[in-house]
Design a protein around this ligand. Structure first.
Ligand code: MG
Ligand code: ZN
Length: 216
């Protein structure tokens, strides 16, 4: 019985996610759902990307957080449209929350939308939001075993940004083991090592975004 209820919730979410996708496509807004554990660097990645694409690509941001609006304020300072979703304790975004946010963001004025999910490597993987691609921010201090511990997240993603690569000399992290773990879960998953502190790899990520946008 409980399984049936869960199925219904998920299919309702999928229906709304499809509507979100339709709305985004109609407005030509390429949308990336950014997921990670807390503190891996989702907001830092968004801020670095905004700096690189300023004046070149019109960007909007939806910030998902359990309660605060610190990240939305930081992003808003960059002068882009930003909508905060507070989940009120909820540990993931769902399609309905994103639908409400999309009603409040000027879609005709943006070409690229980032949705920063709630910091959590478990359930965000199970909730489609209607975006086009899923990015994971992993980080060196979290350890190289995360793909094995949260396989669904890595299975469902399109790209992994391995952040805080500048800490590699100080932290036990086997880059090769990390890559092999990912390959064993998802052969097509792209991995880009980055540092939001030094800027390493951000250009490659921006190129990936541009290529994805041009393919559409
Ligand atoms: Mg954040
Ligand atoms: Zn959750």
């Amino acid at each position: 019985m409980e399984i049936k209820v869960l199925k219904n919730i998920l299919s309702a979410n999928d229906q709304i996610a499809e509507r979100n996708r339709g709305l985004l496509d109609k407005n030509n807004v390429f949308t990336v759902n950014i997921m990670s554990s807390p503190g891996a660097g989702k907001t830092s990645l968004i801020l670095e990307t905004l700096k690189r694409l300023k004046g070149k690509t019109r960007i909007g941001v939806i910030e998902g957080d359990v309660s605060s609006s610190m990240d939305a304020e930081a992003v808003g300072k960059e002068g882009v449209p930003v909508i905060q979703i507070n989940t009120g304790g909820g540990c993931h975004l769902d399609a309905n929350m994103v639908q409400n946010a999309l009603d409040n963001i000027p879609l005709p004025d943006i070409d690229l939308l980032f949705i920063e999910n709630v910091g959590n490597l478990i359930c965000p993987a199970g909730f489609a939001l209607g975006g086009h691609k899923r990015a994971i921010v992993s980080s060196v201090p979290e350890g190289d075993d995360k793909p094995f511990k949260y396989p669904l997240m890595f299975h469902e993603a399109d790209i992994v940004l391995l952040n805080k690569i500048d800490l590699l000399p100080y932290v036990k992290f086997d880059l090769k083991a990390f890559s092999q773990a990912i390959r064993s879960i998802n052969e097509k998953l792209e991995i880009i090592p980055i540092s939001c502190t030094t800027g390493q790899g951000i250009g490659e990520w921006v190129s990936w975004l541009r290529a994805q946008m041009n393919q559409r």
